[in-house]
Design a binder for this molecule. Structure first.
Ligand code: SF4
Ligand code: SF4
Length: 146
């Protein structure tokens, strides 16, 4: 039985998942690779369409995943402790959903069995971003489709 057939994410707590299971939770949306602003008083997060320079915007994959935290110090390598208060992650992020005891959406590849279902459902950033070098004031790049 494959991992997704067994619905492991419904039965296995985040802190009991294997590395492979943990990694497979990522739906590849790349929303977490967008720059964002935070209201320090309310902790409200405002996402922009400005994308990290290391992201390959065609594949929505990091071009230097192994060295991402060195190359981009603000890039968070998600751990269990980050998920104790995951307000800063996109609301659709699978790690946040599970940390908040919610279900994965139907378009999540583990549920749909189709990696293209993320983009088909409008949850991929592919084709919707601007590089940092082309961005002016971040407040001019706020988005509401996260
Ligand atoms: S927002 Fe979550 S699910 Fe989407 S790419 Fe980032 S870590 Fe993966
Ligand atoms: S370093 Fe890679 S994983 Fe981190 S935000 Fe940039 S593109 Fe995304």
């Amino acid at each position: 039985m494959s991992e997704n057939q067994s619905n492991f994410w419904k039965k296995t707590p985040l802190d009991r998942m294997s590395r492979r299971q943990w990694e497979s939770l990522c739906d590849g949306c790349a929303k977490c690779c967008l720059q964002k602003l935070e209201d320090e008083e309310t902790r409200e997060i405002f996402f922009t369409n400005i994308v990290c320079d290391l992201l390959d915007t065609d594949t929505c994959r990091c071009t230097d995943y192994a060295n991402r935290s060195v190359r981009v110090p603000t890039c968070v390598t998600l751990s269990l402790s980050d998920l104790k208060d995951p307000y800063w992650l996109p609301e659709t992020c699978a790690y946040r959903l599970l940390a908040e005891n919610k279900n994965l959406p139907q378009w999540h590849p583990l549920v749909s069995g189709d990696p293209d279902s993320v983009e088909a459902a409008g949850h991929s950033i592919r084709g919707r971003t601007v590089p940092e070098a082309e961005a002016d004031d971040w407040e001019h790049h706020l988005i509401d489709w996260i």
